[in-house]
Design a protein around this ligand. Structure first.
Ligand code: BJW
Length: 259
């Protein structure tokens, strides 16, 4: 990949400096530089032969619960051994520099919170929590520890239930409250920063268009061009760990403070 340009366009910096309500929407690419593979990229090693989109589904879990559980356990371990990158930290810094900032993520890794972001709207749940497949009640970590040899452990909440990650699979409804907060923030934003998403999974992929319809300017950060880059006012081509710190530094510069 060619190294990205380093200078931000002047009109983008001006818009960033004037924005009062900023919304960021992140996807798997934001965690790529933390060593977490994205969905669209080939999976590593043992899991390379499986389609992550098929594993992240109720059908995949019903067909082979052990395989899906083991995939999530592998990802949990990878996430547990990895750290947020400069892109995550820059978003936490940006939040402290604008009047109203809302961070919406499709990621389930919790890295934004680890980097210091608060009130993160997690559209697709969080991989660190476990729920009952029948009741969706949270499973206590002590129960999981006592049944660690089972793949997946049985649910403590329902005789026919199994433990599964507290994430949103294809065909499952997003948390209504979280989605409505995200839609409200997008429709009130004057600037939306989209980073590291292919923009192919709905309803998340519809949020940038919703913001734009309500008058927001949009910045898309992605090494590849996507449907979102095509609607965006600015497409910053390159990794988010490169561009997000530059946005934070530019805003700090405008505000006369250090990021
Ligand atoms: C970098 C980079 C670097 C690389 N820096 N960038 C409207 C139209 C059509 C279909 C639908 C529709 N509405 C709903 C649907 C159906 C479906 C859907 O969208 N299907 C599509 C395939 C078309 N949506 C759903 O089913 C959703 N549910 C729903 O709508 O329910 C309705 C309902 C109502 C009432 C009752 C019942 C149902 C649920 C969607 C759930 C998605 N879940 C997953 C798994 C989460 C758990 C887990 O992590 O395992 O979420 S799938 C997966 O995709 C995951 C991601 O969050 C999501 C988005 O992926 P993302 O983030 O874009 O990642 P990638 O890998 O695709 O792309 C990475 C990008 O990063 C690339 O562009 C790279 O170039 C870039 N990149 N390195 C910056 N360093």
């Amino acid at each position: 990949m060619a190294p990205p340009a380093t200078a931000l366009p002047d009109d983008l910096v001006q818009t960033l400096g004037q924005a009062k309500r900023v919304v960021a929407l992140t996807g798997a690419g934001v965690s790529a530089e933390s060593g977490i593979p994205t969905f669209r990229e080939a999976q590593r090693g043992l899991w390379a032969q499986f389609d992550p989109m098929a594993l992240a589904s109720p059908e995949g879990f019903a067909a082979d619960p052990a395989r899906v559980w083991d995939w999530y356990q592998w990802r949990r371990e990878l996430i547990g051994n990895s750290l947020p990158n400069p892109g995550h930290h820059a978003l936490a810094e940006l939040a402290g520099m604008v009047d109203r900032f809302c961070l919406i993520t499709q990621n389930v890794d919790g890295f934004h919170q680890l980097a210091g972001s608060t009130n993160v709207l997690e559209l697709h749940g969080n991989i660190t929590r476990t729920i009952c497949s029948r009741t969706r009640k949270i499973v206590d970590p002590d129960w999981l520890a006592r049944h660690a040899g089972q793949h997946p452990p049985p649910s403590p909440h329902h005789p026919d239930g199994l433990c599964r990650p507290d994430v949103v699979w294809f065909g499952e409804a997003l948390d209504e409250r979280v989605l409505s907060q995200a839609m409200q923030a997008a429709s009130q934003a004057d600037l939306m920063i989209v980073a590291g998403t292919a923009g192919a999974v709905y309803p998340a992929a519809g949020l940038p268009a919703l913001a734009a319809e309500h008058g927001a300017r949009t910045i898309d950060i992605n090494p590849e061009a996507t449907a979102i880059s095509r609607l965006a006012d600015w497409h910053l081509s390159g990794p988010s760990a490169h561009w997000l710190p530059r946005l934070a530094a530019a805003l700090a510069d405008q505000n006369g403070s250090s990021p």
